[in-house]
Design a protein around this ligand. Structure first.
Ligand SMILES: Cc1cc2nc3c(=O)[nH]c(=O)nc-3n(C[C@H](O)[C@H](O)[C@H](O)COP(=O)(O)OP(=O)(O)OC[C@H]3O[C@@H](n4cnc5c(N)ncnc54)[C@H](O)[C@@H]3O)c2cc1C
Length: 455
């Protein structure tokens, strides 16, 4: 039986990060079933036609370049006592240390009809290729369930391809993990302006059809119909008018460890701040684990690559003899809705209130460049602070220009326990093309508004 010092189960960003760090220093194998690892974040833009699918497929050298062995297979069983894994062809490999990086899969609620053809999630190369093929063969309608970042990006891409798109969410507002409702007004208008039919406070309760999905039923009594035509396409299949895609959250992929006795939480494998599971020599990183908030230390949502990669780095450095700890996830994330760039970090006001914080919030509206500059766009900020400690808890940005720079700056401030006073004292740069007007730094103005309310 072939033996490795380290085996990584998975081929996503967490596994690749570990291979890059450890491949030249340890006898290591990375096991994944896919032909290619993918840049999932870019999938909507392939549908839109902005980039070719080939550009989203990562090269094997990312894993093998460091000396790690890439094994294309699925791990079907882990023997934790004898430290070996079984692959799809029944062969076995033994390990000293095992890293589980099996990621997460789209959550498709088990409503009647959820297994009909034409119903899918949106995560794999297959999901993407199926949608592209259906569009090419004349698909007319799509229902996207979930108005989070992935659902909105997908709905826009499908709409841009000329499909009639319904976007359904059971929540009161869009992007609930990223921004509070009052920040979404212009975003909702933008979605509607694009011709997308937005249904909020509407839950999918059933899907119906013979073999292919033909109808979606909502809990508000509404039914959305597709037609399935009997005439055949060139490939010989009946042609279909519509598809239903669930972008309603991710479910950690933990099937391999369910019976292991390993501590499992509601949202994945329980790990400590060194990525150790409750079993010796078994580690877990990325979307398959239960994330912890760096602010509240409680379980945190947000299955994101920007969490998976830093987790893998902490583990990689520790396996190289360092002593690093992961501080938790601060939820910094971003998306694009029509002409708006949207970002958020930390807790939203509604999440903070639910957690029992007494909050104070401040807003500002400035321009992305000096207002006299021809390309200046509006940018709106909301800052959320704990009224008692005055510590910054979160921030939200809606802007005409990319907002991840501001998101990351504020995330770092939250990470460093900054107070509202600290934010009012932010030392910043200014230049007509590149920044806010010197007297109108959006972060400082929003922080000053909070201070005015507190004193
Ligand atoms: C459409 C879309 C857009 C996204 N946009 C963003 C974004 O803009 N920003 C961001 O930060 N994040 C984004 N994400 C999330 C991001 O892609 C994930 O957080 C990230 O991929 C998680 O990495 P991971 O390595 O933990 O797991 P994954 O990337 O899910 O990889 C898991 C791997 O494990 C393999 N595996 C599972 N079970 C087994 C087994 N039994 N044997 C062998 N291999 C196995 C899988 O096949 C896969 O290769 C997006 C996701 C999607 C789907």
């Amino acid at each position: 039986m072939k033996k490795f010092e380290i085996i990584v189960v998975g081929g996503g960003p967490a596994a690749i990060t570990l291979a890059k760090m450890l491949g030249s220093k340890k006898k290591m194998a990375v096991i994944r079933p896919e032909n290619y690892s993918m840049i999932y974040c870019a999938m909507p833009y392939v549908i839109e036609g902005l980039i070719e699918i080939e550009k989203t497929l990562k090269k094997d050298e990312l894993v093998t370049g460091s000396g790690a062995e890439l094994i294309r297979s699925t791990v079907t069983k882990i023997d934790f006592t004898h430290k070996k894994v079984t692959l799809l062809d029944s062969s076995e490999l033994s390990f000293d240390k095992l890293i589980i990086a099996t990621g997460a899969v789209p959550f498709i609620p088990p409503v009647p009809g959820s297994t009909l053809k034409g119903v899918s999630g949106f995560k794999s190369e297959n999901d993407l290729k199926n949608i592209l093929e259906l569009i090419a063969s004349g698909l007319k309608k799509a229902i996207v369930v979930g108005a989070g970042a992935i659902g909105i990006e997908l709905a826009q891409a499908l709409s841009d391809k000329g499909l009639t798109v319904d976007l359904i969410d059971m929540g009161q507002s869009i992007l609930p993990n990223l921004v509070d409702k009052e920040m979404t007004e212009e975003l909702v208008s933008e979605i509607i302006r694009k011709g997308i039919n937005l249904h909020l406070q509407a839950k999918v309760i059933a899907l119906a059809g013979k073999e292919w999905v033909e109808q979606v039923e909502l809990d508000n009594g509404r039914k959305i119909h597709f037609d399935t035509k009997d005439e055949c396409s060139e490939a010989g299949d009946a042609t279909h008018d519509g598809i239903v895609i669930f972008a309603a959250g991710m479910k950690p992929e933990v099937d391999l460890v369910k019976e292991s006795g390993m501590d499992l939480g509601r949202d994945g494998i329980v790990i400590n701040n060194k990525m150790e599971t409750s079993l010796p020599d078994i580690y877990a990183v990325g979307d398959c684990t239960q994330f912890t908030s760096g602010i509240t230390c409680a379980v945190s949502p947000g299955k994101l690559a920007t969490n998976a990669v830093p987790m893998a780095k902490v583990l990689g450095f520790n396996m190289l003899g360092q002593n690093r700890t992961y501080p938790g996830f601060f939820n910094g994330a971003a998306t694009k809705v029509g002409k708006f760039f949207v970002g958020g970090t930390g807790l939203t006001e509604s999440a903070a209130v639910k957690l029992g914080y007494e909050v104070s919030v401040g807003y500002s509206e400035v321009t992305t460049q000096f207002p006299i500059m021809p390309d200046a766009k509006k940018i709106y900020f909301k800052l959320i602070a704990d009224k008692r400690t005055r510590k910054l808890l979160g921030a939200q940005i809606v802007s005409g220009k990319p907002a991840t720079g501001e998101v990351d700056l504020i995330t770092f401030a939250i990470q460093k326990n900054s107070t509202v006073e600290d934010m009012t004292a932010l030392s910043y740069s200014a230049q007509p093309y590149q920044s806010f007007f010197p007297a109108a730094n959006g972060i400082v103005l929003a922080a000053e508004e909070i201070l005015k309310k507190i004193y």
